[in-house]
Design a protein. Structure first.
Length: 404
């Protein structure tokens, strides 16, 4: 399919495409959705399309002029290999199917800007045919968006080398956006990026959560327990329930939000324990209004994912973060840096131990912690504003090139 001449975009309402491989969890999809919402709000003519592999994309509402295409799902096995989630195809065939769907979407939607989340070559290299196609047509600006922390530098360097991500970043991407601040962490440390690529980097600040219309919170005071959108929240939930079971005087009460992937027997077991706590802990499903629960909470106990961290900062809540440490150290690095800066308190398995007593101590001390706003530096939560300004600049450059 040809794209016609390079002036084709001229005078047309801008189109932004966001790609997020999303094999599991909600982090990438929620980040793409926040970016798409901000971009289309800032430019009332713009529309955005999100390509996502998230199995729960259909549960989300999307803002006006934002839509999504769901790519066939893949799941990670315990040994680190991937398998097709539902359809009877081998992983190579599924990857090929996803790659052709991506290329069709790009060809037909014909975006001015493509924002790729975290994986420069996509899941198992599925983006490469599209990147090469866009390179030859030359009328789409390519942006690589990275969260504040990816992994330990040496682990990340090996992973990027294996995926040929360095050469793809150098060759294809016009800009690299880091959704954080360099003063907190540089996710690219340890990566052999050229000076030219480093000059294309923009530190946006964290992506502020839109507080939106906040409903009536549950009876106060309470602390919010949220494992986030990952599939591994059970250890943290178990720890909090154990704390309330062990200490009958532990207060305030807790409101527990089950993540979307906490289900079946595990959830039944938790619900039995919650019922026995007689109202000192109440549980709600993932579909409930997390913004309302955040806004009304006296404090938060959570895991250390990017989006949850942005929520803690945006709602200015005292927080205890229990970071996961496998399969990557991303959450631990983020939580330890944030603790160093006085933004949160971390429950570290080596230093504090992941015991009921450690959790009791952390919950009792929550009211004594400073608010994150007391430690927040300038620009910390400016990410969405920064991104919309960059989009404006990229569209202007594209317009100038097309008419020049």
């Amino acid at each position: 399919m040809s794209r016609g001449n390079k002036n084709e975009h001229h005078g047309r309402a801008p189109r932004i495409l966001l790609y997020s491989h999303d094999t599991f969890g909600l982090g990438h999809l929620r980040r793409s959705r926040a970016l798409a919402a901000a971009i289309t709000q800032a430019d009332q003519r713009a529309s955005a399309l999100i390509l996502t592999g998230s199995p729960v994309a259909g549960r989300f509402t999307f803002p006006r002029r934002v839509d999504h295409v769901r790519l066939p799902g893949v799941t990670k096995r315990a040994d680190g290999s991937y398998a097709s989630q539902t359809i009877g195809m081998g992983i190579d065939d599924v990857t090929e199917l996803r790659a052709s769907l991506i290329q069709t979407a790009v060809t037909q939607f014909d975006p001015e800007v493509l924002i790729v989340d975290k994986e420069p070559t996509g899941f198992r290299g599925e983006l490469l045919p599209t990147l090469e196609y866009l390179e030859s047509s030359g009328s789409t600006k390519l942006v690589l968006g990275l969260r504040d922390v990816l992994d330990e530098p040496d682990v990340l360097a090996a992973e990027w080398e294996r995926k040929e991500a360095i050469s793809a970043t150098e060759r294809f991407y016009d800009e690299i956006w880091v959704y954080g601040l360099r003063s907190i962490y540089d996710p690219t440390q340890g990566l052999p990026l050229s000076p030219a690529a480093q000059q294309r980097m923009h530190w946006t600040g964290y992506l502020r959560r839109d507080l939106g219309p906040v409903g009536e919170p549950p009876e106060q005071p309470y602390i919010l327990i949220t494992p986030g959108g990952g599939g591994d929240g059970k250890a943290m939930v178990n720890l909090v329930l154990s704390a309330y079971e062990k200490d009958p005087d532990l207060s305030p009460r807790a409101v527990l939000v089950y993540g979307p992937f906490l289900s079946g027997e595990l959830r039944e077991d938790f619900e039995t324990r919650v019922a026995a706590l007689d109202g000192r802990v109440t549980a709600v499903g993932f579909e409930s209004q997390i913004e309302t629960l955040f806004a009304g909470a006296a404090g938060v106990v959570c895991m250390g994912g990017y989006n949850t961290f942005c929520e803690v900062l945006s709602f200015d809540k005292r927080a205890v973060i229990v970071p996961r440490t496998t399969p990557r150290l991303e959450q631990w690095i983020r939580a330890s840096r944030a603790e160093d800066l006085g933004l949160v308190r971390m429950l570290d398995e080596n230093r504090d131990g992941l015991t009921a007593d450690a959790m009791i101590h952390a919950i009792r001390n929550l009211p004594l912690q400073p608010l994150p706003s007391q430690a927040i530096s300038a620009g910390l939560l400016d990410g969405l504003n920064y991104v919309t300004h960059r989009i404006t600049a990229l569209l202007a450059a594209e317009q100038e090139r097309a008419t020049g």
